[in-house]
Design a protein around this ligand. Structure first.
Ligand code: DX5
Ligand code: ZN
Length: 244
């Protein structure tokens, strides 16, 4: 049984998720309001620890602050070495989905199970060079797979098409699993990812380096439509799309 927050995310599919990595951290309240008005259905929060990845961003206080400014679901991408150490505080801060990296943990099944016990949506992420097989049995426990199309750590990198084949294989074998892509997504690559079966599209530069969030998100949604066809996307999201 999905939690209400997880169901809220499923209801947005297919969706553009702005990544709050390149936004103005001096004015988060306005940023969230503008993104919400521009048609963002979910916010993607990139948490980096300077250890699992060579970059450092933010933790619970920012998640908690964002939670006070919006009802949008918060999708938290944990690029950290010890996801379980911060999972409960992240849920308490308002995270709706917690995604951990398979490369970061010794036992992905154990990690996924412990995260599920917190009553939050759970995702498992893998970097471009990590084979799909590394996800193993954990895939049957999680709500979402996050296929990285850049090496985790920085915004503004070039899209790696290795992600597309992973999406296709995951979609084929797991029709109900939410699939998310992150890294180098623009109006062209979003169509490719949608055609490969993706549901949730994380976007940094193509939104935050544009003149207008509303125009950028509208253009990205047009890209999703261009890649949509019968059978793309997870089963629940497909039903949603058929109704719209
Ligand atoms: C990278 C982050 C991404 C990043 C995406 O490690 O997980 O969410 O912000 O940014 P762009 O869209 O610029 O690749
Ligand atoms: Zn991310």
């Amino acid at each position: 049984m999905a939690t209400a927050a997880l169901q809220a995310i499923r209801n947005t599919v297919p969706a553009v998720l702005p990544s709050l990595l390149l936004c103005d951290f001096g004015d988060l309240k306005s940023e969230v309001a503008e993104l919400s008005a521009a048609g963002a259905g979910v916010l993607h929060l990139d948490v980096m620890d300077g250890n699992f990845v060579p970059n450092l961003t933010y933790g619970m206080p920012i998640v908690e602050g964002l939670r006070r400014h919006t009802d949008l679901p918060l999708d938290v991408h944990l690029m950290i070495s010890d996801p379980l150490a911060y999972a409960k505080p992240m849920v308490d801060a308002g995270a709706d989905m917690l995604t951990f990296h398979v490369e970061a943990v010794r036992d992905p099944v154990e990690t996924a199970g412990k995260l599920k016990d917190l009553g939050v949506g759970v995702g498992i992420a893998l970097n471009p060079e990590t084979p799909l097989a590394s996800l193993g049995e954990a895939l049957s426990l999680v709500d979402m797979a996050l296929v990285m199309s850049v090496e985790a750590g920085f915004g503004g990198q070039a899209f790696n098409p290795i992600a597309l084949e992973k999406l296709r294989l995951l979609r084929q074998d797991h029709p109900d699993l939410l699939l998310e892509i992150d890294g180098g997504i623009d109006v062209d690559t979003i169509a490719l990812a949608r055609a490969a079966g993706c549901d949730l599209f994380v976007v940094g530069s193509a939104i935050f380096r544009s003149d207008s969030y509303a125009t950028a998100i509208a253009d990205l949604k047009t890209g999703i439509q261009a890649g949509s066809g019968n059978g793309n996307g997870c089963a629940a999201g497909q039903k949603q799309e058929d109704q719209s």
